[in-house]
Structures are given as C-alpha cells and as structure tokens.
Write a protein that binds this ligand. Structure first.
Ligand code: AMP
Length: 361
C-alpha cells in the first residue's frame, strides 16, 4: 500500500453509483488517477466512466475485498452506504476518507442534530419519534406545523410530511412506513444558504463562498453563487463548517445546508459528508471545483484555491426538463452537465446547467 500523497496512476475507490461519483471520476481522471466504483446498480452513471466497475451489494464481502485490492484509498458519494461496509474495508487495512465517524454522524437525523448541538451549533428544535404516541407531546413542545421526517435514508424531500395535529402525525408516520422518525420545528428562514468546505491531510482547510439555494417540493432547484450579500454570513458559515470538520478529523469535501433567520442567526439544516449538489457551481465558477478538491483531499494532495472566477446560477434539470438541452447548448454562456441517466422520471436529477454571470463589484 503506497503512502500519501498518492501519485498519479494510483486507484481511488468510490462507493455509490450516481452523478456525484461520475463527476468525481471525471475530476480524478484529469489528475491521472484511476477510479474503481462499487455500486449495486447496473449501468450506473459513474460506472460508465470509471476504469473499474464492480456491480454488487455494498455488503458483498468478496466485492469489498476486490475493491480494497484495487484501491489505495476509498471514498463514497452517498452517505447511506452501510456502516458495516466501511468497517469491513477498514478491517482489510484500506484507508477510507472521510472516515466512518463522518458517516455515523450524518446517516441519522437525530444523531446528526445531537452531534451538532453538542458542538454548540444551532439547529431547529426537534423531538425523536419512535411511535405515533410520541407525536402529540412533541407537537405541543415544538409548535405546529412541524415537519415529520424519517430518521434515515430521506433525500430530496422524500420521507417528509408537514403535520399540524397528532392525528395527522399518526397518519403521516404510518405513510412514511412506521419507521423511526424525527419531528422538526418549522424554521422561519428568510433564505437557505450552504457552504462547501474541505479539509485535507495536515488539517488544511478550504471554504467556498456561500451559495443561496431555492428548493421546490424539497428538491434543490437553483443555487446562486456567490450568494447575494454572501459576506454577511460567510465568516459564521466557515466557523460552523470548521468546527464540524475538525471534530470529525475529516478528510474530503463537506456540504453544510443552513437556514438564515430574520434575526440573522444561522441554523444547520443538514450536513452531507461528500460533494454536494449546491457545490456544482464550482465546476465553472471557481479556481478548483469541489470534485477535484475532494480528490485532492483524499489523495493527500494540497487543496486547491476556492475563489470565484465568475458568478454562477446553477439550475438542476429535473425529469423531463433535460429535454431542453438543445436550448441550453445554444447558449454559449451556459455550461451543460448531463449525467447519462436513462429514464427521466419526475423529479429525478438528470443534469444541471451552470449559467455564467459577471461577478458583482
Ligand atoms: P432536507 O431533506 O432536510 O434537506 O429538507 C429539504 C428542504 O425542506 C429544505 O431544504 C427546506 O427547504 C425544507 N425544510 C426541511 N426542514 C425544514 C424545517 N425544519 N423547517 C422549514 N423547512 C424545512
């Protein structure tokens, strides 16, 4: 097993088969690395561009052994990889970045908020919901309406319901599969922002300018970066991200989603131990984009510069919106990124476009 920094020609493993892995693969290839992907999905977006693709369950020990044999370090593009898979890889002596603690702190919404609050980082008030009887007292304390979410495996607004009464809560709990849940107080935010941060070997830190995000039905639709008046929140967003990165002894890129309240406070909504959709603007707007940054970090290379070169409006192409690609291709200042996915199901992330704008003075 070679040491760090990894040399070009080394192989980096990615657990997960989606577009984030695909864009990481492209970035790693630019630096002369090979990528080995392990995903349960046939014909996955990243498997089609990687040097090696292993199609198997994350818990398939023979497949994990094959990945460990191929790779000098393994990372993930998806935080719902079973913790056992990482432990098995670590047991084989395979370096993993970010480490298992990052995964454990972000897979479960109650554990995540408890972890953040213990670091002195504010979140919305919340209650653990193990069964429908917990909902009435929780609503009483948190106020209505409140948002019921499954503790694990929710994404893009899936596994969430707004509720106002205990009866609605019981029905929503059943609809969400009767799984362990969290009830969250409603954040009265004036806007949603996020910061993409990175930590390298040797504790080097890097932060991109904060972006402003708009969601529709819980799915990210647009990011404007740098956010209007980003200086107002930048230092505090960096301090939050730094505290998380340092506590987790983190290596790689981290996304932190924030609610900005009318009184100026920033609450953390969610953290993602990986490259993040709200950081896609960096591909065409920053010196070193988040995908290369992550590869640099996990390979033990120095981090790249994060400053913006132009302003970007990033728009996700959801479902059938991908069919507008000819119009986007006709705009010379629109940078199109498509994920090579077959079926354009409603709400599915099929690609994104980064529209270049002049930086504000
Ligand atoms: P999440 O899957 O937790 O990131 O939630 C998706 C989106 O739902 C967020 O980006 C917000 O727009 C909205 N949302 C989530 N949690 C809350 C909350 N506690 N209060 C208000 N809006 C929320």
């Amino acid at each position: 097993m070679p040491g760090f920094p990894l040399e070009p020609g080394a192989t980096i493993g990615i657990l997960g088969g989606g577009q984030l892995g695909r864009m990481l693969t492209v970035a790693a290839t630019e630096l002369g690395f090979d990528i080995a992907v392990l995903t349960p999905r046939e014909n996955a977006p990243d498997a089609r561009v990687a040097a090696y693709a292993i199609t198997a369950a994350y818990t398939d020990e023979a497949a994990l052994r094959e990945l460990a044999d191929l790779c000098d370090v393994v990372t993930f593009e998806f935080e719902n990889v079973p913790a056992d898979a990482l432990e098995f890889l670590a047991g084989l002596g395979c370096p993993i970045a970010p480490g298992p603690k990052a995964l454990a702190s972000t897979q479960d919404r109650v554990a995540e908020k408890t972890f953040l609050n213990a670091l002195g980082i504010e979140t919305v008030a919340f209650a653990q919901v193990d069964g429908p009887d917990d909902i009435g007292p929780a609503l009483e304390r948190l106020g209505a309406p409140a948002l019921l979410k499954t503790r694990r495996e929710g994404y893009d607004g899936k596994g969430q319901r707004w509720i106002s009464t205990a009866a609605e809560g019981a029905a929503a709990f059943a609809e969400l599969g009767g799984k362990p849940a969290i009830l969250e107080a409603r954040a009265e935010f004036v806007r949603e922002v996020s910061i993409i941060a990175a930590r390298g070997h040797g504790e080097q830190l890097a932060f991109y300018p904060v972006g402003e995000n708009r969601h529709a039905d819980g799915i990210l639709k647009t990011t404007v970066a740098p956010a209007p008046e980003w200086e107002r929140v930048q230092d505090r967003a960096e301090a939050i991200a730094a505290a998380i990165l340092e506590d987790l002894d983190y290596v790689g890129v981290l996304g932190v989603e924030l609610f900005e309240l009318a009184d100026g406070r920033l609450l953390v909504n969610e953290i993602a131990p990986r490259v993040h959709n709200t950081g896609h603007w960096t591909q065409d707007g920053a010196v070193c984009d988040q995908f290369e940054q992550h590869i640099r970090a996990v390979a033990g290379w120095p981090l790249g510069a994060t400053q913006p070169l132009v302003a970007i409006e990033m728009e996700n192409l959801l479902g059938q919106e991908v069919e507008t690609w000819p119009d986007i291709a006709a705009d010379p200042y629109a940078r199109l990124h498509l994920y090579g996915k077959g079926e354009a199901r409603p709400g599915r992330k099929m690609g994104h476009v980064n529209r270049l704008r002049p930086l504000p003075d």
